[in-house]
Design a protein around this ligand. Sequence first.
Ligand SMILES: Cc1cc2nc3c(=O)[nH]c(=O)nc-3n(C[C@H](O)[C@H](O)[C@H](O)COP(=O)(O)OP(=O)(O)OC[C@H]3O[C@@H](n4cnc5c(N)ncnc54)[C@H](O)[C@@H]3O)c2cc1C
Length: 381
Amino acid sequence: MEGMSHYDYVLVGAGFFCAVLAERIANDLGKKVLLVEKRKHLGGNCYSAIDPITNIEYHAYGTHVFHTSNREVWEYLHRFTTFNHYYHQVLSTWNGKVYQMPINLETINSFYGLNLKPFEVPAFLKQELGKENYAEPANFEQQAINLVGRPLYEALLKGYTIKQWGRQPSEIPASVVKRLPFRHNYRESYFNDPFQGIPTDGYTRIFEKMLHSDNITLQLDTDFFDIRGEIDPRSTVIYSGAIDRLFDYKYGDLAYRSLSFEQEIMSVDDYQGTSVMNYANEEIPYTRIHEPKHLHPEREHIKGKTLVIKEFSVEANRENPYYPVGGAANQAIYQQYQRELAHHPTLIVGGRLGDYRYYDMHHVIAQALNLYQTQLKPKHA
Ligand SMILES: Cc1cc2nc3c(=O)[nH]c(=O)nc-3n(C[C@H](O)[C@H](O)[C@H](O)COP(=O)(O)OP(=O)(O)OC[C@H]3O[C@@H](n4cnc5c(N)ncnc54)[C@H](O)[C@@H]3O)c2cc1C
């Protein structure tokens, strides 16, 4: 990159965090932005593409369902896309039988061969929970047993969790269970948010529209650390990559999980009848099968073919961090990086990898809009 021109802002990573900021800075402030992305495509982990054989749009890094209760985020995104009416439902196969997830009344009744009514669930669970209960649950296993009892935990949560995290549930923080909804009724919708759907033209199209501006220079296939030395020191850098990488791992590596995917085209119209099927048995190597055709029920799809994608959870290396593992030891490392940031006033860090937090898309978009309104825009007022 000889003679790199001056940019007011250099943004690292073309996921939602930096894409929203690039859009706001370029279009609202009229400032010049360089956006660098090490992958060959836009969108970060939300990237969607069309399979050339079946013409089915799929999410290359796992099914992404947009959901939020934040009206500002929902309205902001509507500048770039409409959404279809897809409502997410998840099912889980255990010992060859299919159950609804999150665990609801249908799951309990079908698992125990009962026909409980919602008001009978607490008394039934009390019997089950009376057999084993933890006053101060110290980890995922104890917290999950407190919530649903050992039999349902062993069947639907244990094996899946071991595969997903590559750790025993007794080594995973209890707080992870708080993300699991549990219902005493037949409600099947995975999310509770009022605004949900899949972008009508896919996620990638949103990013293309957001970043279409004369003020934005986009450089794909470029690692920030390869061009860092050429950046004008007057530029503000906004970084959404891994925070441990940013400081050359000086306080140690943060633990992440990663995913790998195997695609296959099946010669049937519909392989599994739903977009995501979990596989709860530990001995089945994949965690889920995605069938992306179901994400776009409004589209005409070719008959006799469907795309299925198996998802495997793997330990991350420095090149492919996805999910922060978290826990006290990692948080302690993260805090050291966070303190280090205070010494770099022209460096802003955020997003899922920058903050080392599990964020959904709407969290990251809200974070970016908030950062823009409260910190960036006032500087130029
Ligand atoms: C399997 C899976 C399923 C998910 N499902 C949902 C869902 O259903 N609903 C939902 O709301 N959220 C979901 N999420 C979360 C969602 O993906 C994130 O909230 C969102 O992608 C975060 O955006 P981001 O910009 O922070 O990070 P990312 O999307 O990860 O973008 C960061 C970008 O930075 C780039 N980068 C990193 N380092 C460098 C470097 N040195 N130089 C240049 N570029 C760099 C990366 O390549 C990446 O493209 C899911 C996540 C996963 C992994």
